[in-house]
Design a protein around this ligand. Structure first.
Ligand code: NAI
Length: 329
């Protein structure tokens, strides 16, 4: 039995993500939770002829507890999205409390589940989840993930539009965090190899860092990326299931994690990033979640500068999440 749960399942991301999870045949039970409309979404998806039994829950009648109990994997896209002119950090005021309350439910009812955080600002919401789990003695750094997959999906698409490579075959490591200057594409390590000019590198880097703004602007007040995010979230969830349920080895995905997930492997990375506790890097997944955090390898002078610019911002974002739980500020 493999139960997957979506918290925020009736939203712009939640609905297509739930659809894609319903199509994943590893999942036998799919529980959809939201403060509105989740029973309707569940009824709709339940007619699709794939194995997962779909149930929908609202907060009444212990809905969160019922949704979470027995979960193997939980994805969290609950919370408000950006409008034009907003940064992800502007969402903190509303989303921090939502994520804290959902994480409390997870600590109480599904402490062993793999938790995939989509709600922004990811750089701060992941530390919030971790601090809540710690408070309840339920924190395992190998099981909590900030979903940054959309950044590498965008990086593949944007770079291939210049290099001419087939986008689905392009891998670009994107490290750091998930907002503006904390998003660091390592174009020097693109596979298949391609030598971009310096101007191309600068333009591509900016586009990958601020790709989300293109969608926010085009939607003109109706939200941020939902469909591409759902695809990216479903891909990441599928990789976690393939590693933890099917036991497939060698799966590598990017994610923003607590570096205690791989204490030995991270010694060198920690030095490079000035002691930050969280960082997004390529992660090798194993039967228990994070098997290995892959270090950055050789990075160019330009990428070193991007890293320098990202570190103070990441530090602020992380501290904000940690202190929200420590002293409610
Ligand atoms: P949306 O507003 O369409 O949907 C959010 C859903 O969360 C709504 O259905 C709402 O009812 C629900 N919700 C609110 N409070 C809740 C609670 N306490 N418990 C359960 N559900 C609750 O927003 P959208 O577009 O789906 O975005 C969701 C989040 O994902 C935003 O914070 C957005 O910034 C983030 N996001 C993250 C990305 C990433 O790469 N990690 C990419 C794009 C968006």
């Amino acid at each position: 039995m493999v139960k997957a749960v979506v918290l925020g399942a009736a939203g712009g991301i939640g609905q297509p993500l739930s659809l894609l999870l319903k199509l994943n045949e590893v999942i036998t039970e799919l529980a959809l939770y939201d403060i509105v409309n989740s029973p309707g979404v569940a009824a709709d998806l339940s007619h699709i002829n794939t194995p997962a039994k779909v149930t929908g829950y609202l907060p009444a009648n212990d809905g969160l507890k019922c949704a979470l109990t027995g979960a193997h994997l939980i994805v969290i896209p609950a919370g408000v999205p950006r409008k034009p002119g907003m940064t992800r950090d502007d969402l903190f005021k509303i989303n921090a409390g939502i994520v804290r309350d959902l994480a409390t439910g997870i600590a109480q009812h599904a402490p062993k589940a793999y938790v995939l955080v989509i709600s922004n600002p990811v750089n701060s919401t992941v530390p919030i989840v971790v601090e809540v789990l710690k408070k309840h003695g339920a924190f395992d750094p190998k099981r909590v993930f900030g979903v940054t997959t959309l950044d590498v999906v965008r990086a593949s698409t944007f770079t291939s539009s210049i290099s001419g490579a087939a986008p689905q075959g392009v891998r670009v490591p994107v490290v750091g965090g998930h907002s503006g200057v904390t998003i660091i594409p390592l174009l020097s390590q693109i596979s298949p190899r391609h030598n971009f000019t310096h101007e191309e590198i600068e333009a591509l880097t900016k586009r990958i860092q601020f790709g989300g703004d293109e969608v926010v602007k085009a939607k003109d007040g109706a939200g941020s990326a939902t469909l591409s995010m759902a695809q990216a979230g479903a891909r990441f969830a599928s990789s976690i299931l393939n590693a933890t349920v099917k036991g497939e080895a060698g799966i590598v995905e990017p994610s923003y994690v607590h570096l205690d997930a791989d204490k030995e492997g991270c010694a060198q990375l920690r030095k490079l990033i000035d002691g930050l506790d969280y960082f997004s890097s390529n992660i090798e997944l194993g039967p228990n979640g994070v098997a290995k955090i892959i270090s950055l390898g050789e990075i160019s002078e330009y990428e070193k500068k991007l890293l320098e610019a990202a570190i103070p911002e990441l530090k602020t974002n992380i501290n904000k999440g940690v202190s929200f739980i420590a002293d409610g500020s």
